[in-house]
Ligand binder design. Structure first.
Ligand code: CP
Ligand code: NVA
Length: 300
């Protein structure tokens, strides 16, 4: 039987998503108790990073250790990937040696090609198009504070990037509305495929009635040369106290981090009482442990 992969949120069904989120909350409680839980003893996760990372690397590496296994950090600088070894050949070799592989890269097609040649589960640790592991943590954080997302409204302030697309997928799976606040040129190209999502050029209209306001860096990794243009184009979309006031008192604030205070968000919002960003970051650990338990344990 082919392995199951987690390349986008849509690779799991809504029921599995709920199961993983429940398990993530249980694993968080176990971790806070100091209890040991080591179902992946002897298992190894290979981690390929073609872009920088703090949270993803540490949460997967610490998560595997806490589950009783271990993780290998593989950079193109010191593997043959950086010298042109085909991704499929790398997948065939690694999947004979490790129990799962996490990849952070540029083109989404790279993780698809790797998964197509892999005998073990492949996890997307961020591509230009998706960041599904972050959504597991974000949804877990939402549930801990506010319960169900069904019927709620989330405002995404920023371009149609990897995080935005994972939020669009989540809106379909969990049946909530997503309002995307961005200049016209930055709306997601595939918006029409996501009926629960809409685009607003007016930032106030995007956040009106939102239960959660989310933002992210305006120039994602790989877009560094667009940074100056984007700073100007997105200036009116900054998440500040005035925008949070337009959302209403009920609204929480999330950011996948790293954050740029004074650009996409002001310090008073991200460091203020409605921000749940530190819990959101910690939940990367718990949500991915739930994912690893589910992907690695049953099929081997
Ligand atoms: N949010 C997130 O993925 O952070 P890193 O880039 O530090 O992994
Ligand atoms: N959209 C950002 C997310 C970083 C975790 C990026 O791709 O750089």
């Amino acid at each position: 039987m082919p392995p199951r992969h987690f390349l986008t949120l849509a690779d799991i069904d809504a029921e599995t998503l709920e199961t993983l989120l429940r398990r993530a909350a249980e694993l968080r409680a176990l971790h806070h108790d100091g209890s040991l839980h080591e179902p992946l003893r002897g298992r190894v996760l290979g981690m390929i990073f073609e872009k920088s990372s703090t949270r993803t690397r540490v949460s997967f590496e610490a998560g595997m250790a806490q589950l009783g296994g271990s993780a290998l950090f593989l950079s193109p600088r010191d593997t043959q990937l950086g010298r042109g070894e085909p991704i499929e050949d790398t997948a065939r070799v690694l999947s004979g040696m490790v129990d799962a592989v996490m990849i952070r890269t540029f083109d989404h097609s790279t993780v698809e090609r790797f998964a197509g040649a892999s005998r073990v589960p492949v996890i997307n640790g961020l591509t230009d198009d998706h960041h599904p592991c972050q959504l597991l943590a974000d949804l877990q954080t939402w549930q801990a504070h506010r319960g169900e997302l069904q019927g709620r409204t989330v405002a995404w302030m920023g371009d149609g990037n990897n995080m935005c697309r994972s939020w669009m997928q989540a809106a379909e799976m969990m049946d909530f509305r997503l309002a995307i606040g961005a200049p016209s040129a930055y709306a997601p190209e595939d918006l029409a495929d996501y009926p629960n999502s809409r685009h607003e050029t007016d930032p106030q209209a995007a956040v009106e009635g939102a239960d959660l306001v989310v933002t992210d860096v305006w120039a994602s990794m790989g877009m560094e040369d667009e940074r100056q243009t984007r700073l100007e184009d997105f200036a009116a979309y900054q998440v500040n106290e005035a925008l949070m006031a337009a959302a209403g008192e009920q609204a929480l604030f999330m950011h996948c981090l790293p954050a740029h205070r004074g650009e996409e968000v002001t310090a008073d919002v991200i460091d203020g009482p409605r921000s749940v960003v530190w819990e959101e970051a910690e939940n990367r650990l718990h949500a991915q442990k739930a994912l690893l338990e589910w992907l690695v344990t049953p099929r081997r």
